[in-house]
Design a protein around this ligand. Structure first.
Ligand SMILES: NC(=O)c1ccc[n+]([C@@H]2O[C@H](COP(=O)([O-])OP(=O)(O)OC[C@H]3O[C@@H](n4cnc5c(N)ncnc54)[C@H](OP(=O)(O)O)[C@@H]3O)[C@@H](O)[C@H]2O)c1
Length: 281
């Protein structure tokens, strides 16, 4: 596993993490086992959110007795992200997760409350030790610039932007990734397998992935992850509902693609033109 500094947060975080959206909908025991297998194989980055139903409860079960093994991330819903609402939502998440702190707490997407109010609440929570760092999700480069100014005026720093990033959706490479790099923030790729739209085996892109995977004794999913985390500012958080998937994803961090392989993937899944607005799920 490769560990990287997570933006300005004082932590080494696994380049491959594990997402938990819908993990409460499948077999719960299997979900808990997947999270534990992830931790056992060097994944410390666990991503959850108040929005994800009972996912925080599944995470709580998985990290019980080994909280320090995890870099735990949860998110506040935009309509809750007022100065007081953020604090209340954080307390709820801490209770559901059975912990006294989050390693990073994110605004899930930009909503009705001024960024300054959410950031003020984040910084209070940080001072109280309830969160170690804070960040955002689904913010485009203009929002990130505004956030950076708001944060610096209060003496704070944004740790990350968690955004949609997979082989068929590379829009963030145009401006969001450069903005994160410039601000020293981590970029976290959500839905790195396209949620439920991974390139089909027989498709032209699928054939490229299969050929590269075969050369490495790997799978196309592992090749996709290795491509996404080729930039040292990027982390990926594939959801895995079974130990086998979690273990396979962890191993992808050790897969090093050659410049030629990266060029072939780049050609098979072109970045495309910059869209008007940031794509999100
Ligand atoms: N901030 C946001 O707005 C936002 C939005 C969406 C997602 N997220 C976060 O990002 C995480 C990941 O995104 P996602 O859940 O949308 O989808 P995803 O990670 O792109 O894809 C998940 C799918 O891939 C399968 N899979 C996992 N590992 C595999 C492997 N090694 N080989 C083959 N298939 C594999 C999973 O199957 P199994 O379930 O059977 O393992 C599941 O069907 C979420 O869980 C959530 O934590 C954040």
């Amino acid at each position: 596993m490769h560990y990287r500094p997570f933006g300005p947060a004082d932590a080494q975080v696994s380049a491959i993490g594990i997402g938990t959206w819908y993990i409460d909908r499948g077999d719960r025991k299997e979900g808990v086992a997947a999270l534990r297998a992830a931790l056992d194989h060097g994944i410390n980055h666990i991503d959850t959110a108040e929005m994800y139903g009972d996912a925080e409860l599944v995470v709580a079960e998985a990290i019980a007795g080994r909280r320090d093994d995890a870099f735990l991330v949860s998110k506040v819903l935009p309509h809750n992200a007022s100065r007081q609402g953020t604090r209340t939502a954080c307390e709820r998440s801490l209770k559901r997760l059975g912990t006294d702190r989050l390693d990073c707490y994110l605004l899930h997407w930009r909503g009705p409350h001024p960024l300054a109010d959410t950031v003020a609440a984040f910084m209070e929570l940080q001072r109280e030790g309830k969160i170690r760092s804070w960040g955002v999700s689904n913010l485009d480069e203009d929002d990130l610039a505004e956030l950076d100014a708001v944060a610096r005026a209060m003496g704070g720093r944004n740790a990350c932007d968690q955004v949609l990033y997979h082989l068929k959706e590379r829009a963030i490479e145009h401006a969001v990734l450069p903005a994160c790099r410039a601000q020293g923030a981590a970029l976290v790729a959500y839905s790195p397998f396209g949620h439920d739209d991974f390139p089909r085996a027989g498709s032209p892109g699928g054939k490229v992935l299969a050929a590269i995977a075969e050369a490495h004794g790997a799978t196309p999913h592992q090749v996709a992850l290795a491509f996404l985390i080729r930039d040292p500012a990027v982390f990926a958080i594939p959801k895995a509902g079974s130990p086998n998937h979690a273990i396979a994803n962890a191993a992808a961090a050790d897969l090093v693609l050659s410049a030629d392989e990266i060029a072939r993937i780049d050609a098979a899944f072109p970045r495309g033109a910059k869209p008007r607005s940031l794509p999100m799920l």
